[in-house]
Design a protein around this ligand. Structure first.
Ligand SMILES: NC(=O)c1ccc[n+]([C@@H]2O[C@H](COP(=O)([O-])OP(=O)(O)OC[C@H]3O[C@@H](n4cnc5c(N)ncnc54)[C@H](OP(=O)(O)O)[C@@H]3O)[C@@H](O)[C@H]2O)c1
Length: 326
């Protein structure tokens, strides 16, 4: 089958487009999906560079959309899934024609929902939803700082937070990106590449200059220290990614200065059970069906262009969701 193999860690050049990869055999608890699209996520770059260790050779890609072509070795139908179903799935090895996907994290596309939109909203949408529901349950009227607000997770956070009645302060590296964040619900805009004193600017926006109730930070290394200064007493710092590099080791005693909550969550630990996964996914897709969530697709690149896809993502050229046509 066609697919992209990574045999060693490195830059985009280690992504090798192949046409002779073996079709995987679905095991117990898996379904074989013939993919039409794969979703790009920043985490794919962490596995490519080795920031997150994984066994190589490896096919990257955490999510896809396609059709179930066979069930795994289980005798019973898995999670109500059948051959021929159009599904989105979350797991591994998505940059390929076929994926043996975990049935537990495979979801049949509801009637009326376009598969491309379903995938474009999927992993990043569930991330945004679980962050605002569980990492820090956001309440109406709260001030919320969203870094990289024009990114895949960022734009969805802006929309969901706005719908919750929160005041969104968005950061991004360009005027165009900030305009997009505004269209998606951000109320205050800061270009963190140009702003000399980000902390002062954010404090100025918040009531009494006390800081924000919560920071959602997928940028990591370059923003973390400022985050500690921008969160108010008893507020939350939710660090959920490392687009600028990993946050260095941190002494927890520093949290006592303002009794801060510090979280480092990952989506997969919020959707570990089938019930958790389906509850969030059903809600996410219903938002789209009801016209309450606008999904911005930056571009759909052909699989053969996979190196350019990673280059563009890491060069901060993309906004919203990036898809890969298999
Ligand atoms: N914990 C979880 O379960 C989970 C799940 C999904 C995603 N994430 C994390 O959420 C973050 C966003 O993911 P995404 O897939 O939606 O990506 P994305 O936000 O679409 O892309 C990353 C963005 O980060 C910003 N950035 C800041 N410093 C950067 C740097 N030095 N190099 C590259 N980009 C930089 C860029 O926006 P500007 O140009 O505006 O700065 C860039 O567009 C990532 O850290 C990802 O790992 C975590």
């Amino acid at each position: 089958m066609r697919g992209v193999l990574v045999e060693k860690v490195g830059g985009p050049e280690v992504l090798e487009f192949k046409t002779d990869l073996p079709v995987p055999k679905p095991g117990a608890g898996e379904v074989l999906v013939k993919n039409e699209l794969a979703g790009l996520n920043y985490i794919d770059t962490y596995f490519r560079t080795g920031l997150y260790p994984s066994k190589k050779p490896e096919i990257l890609g955490k999510e896809g959309y396609g059709t179930i072509v066979s069930l795994g070795s289980d005798e019973k139908p898995l999670q109500g899934l059948s051959v021929g179903d159009k599904v989105v799935w979350m797991g591994g090895s998505g940059y390929a024609e076929y994926t043996a996907a975990p049935a537990l994290h495979t979801y049949k596309i509801p009637d009326g929902l376009d598969g491309k939109l379903a995938l474009a909203s999927f992993l990043q949408g569930l991330t945004a939803l679980s962050l605002i529901r569980e990492a820090h349950p956001v309440k109406a009227g709260e001030y919320v700082l969203v870094h990289a607000a024009a990114g895949g997770v960022g734009l969805l956070l802006c929309q969901m937070l706005k719908a919750t009645g929160a005041h969104v302060i968005a950061t991004a590296s360009s005027r165009e990106k900030l305009d997009l964040a505004k269209k998606n619900g951000a109320e205050f805009l800061i270009n963190y590449s140009e702003e000399k004193d980000l902390v002062a600017k954010v404090l100025e926006i918040t009531p009494g200059g006390q800081g924000v109730d919560v920071v959602f930070d997928g940028v990591g290394k370059s923003t973390f220290e400022d985050d500690l200064l921008m969160v108010k007493r008893k507020g939350s710092l939710v660090s959920f990614g490392n687009a600028s590099g990993a946050v260095p080791p941190f002494a927890i005693s520093r949290l006592t200065a303002k009794n801060l909550r510090l979280l480092r969550p990952t989506l997969f630990n919020y959707i570990t059970t089938r019930e958790e996964f389906t509850t969030y996914t059903k809600e996410l897709f219903q938002f789209i069906l009801d016209g309450k969530l606008d999904i911005k697709i930056h571009d759909t690149y052909p699989l053969e262009d996979i190196r350019r896809v990673h280059e563009d993502l890491e060069a901060r050229k993309t906004t919203g969701k990036v898809l890969i046509k298999i």
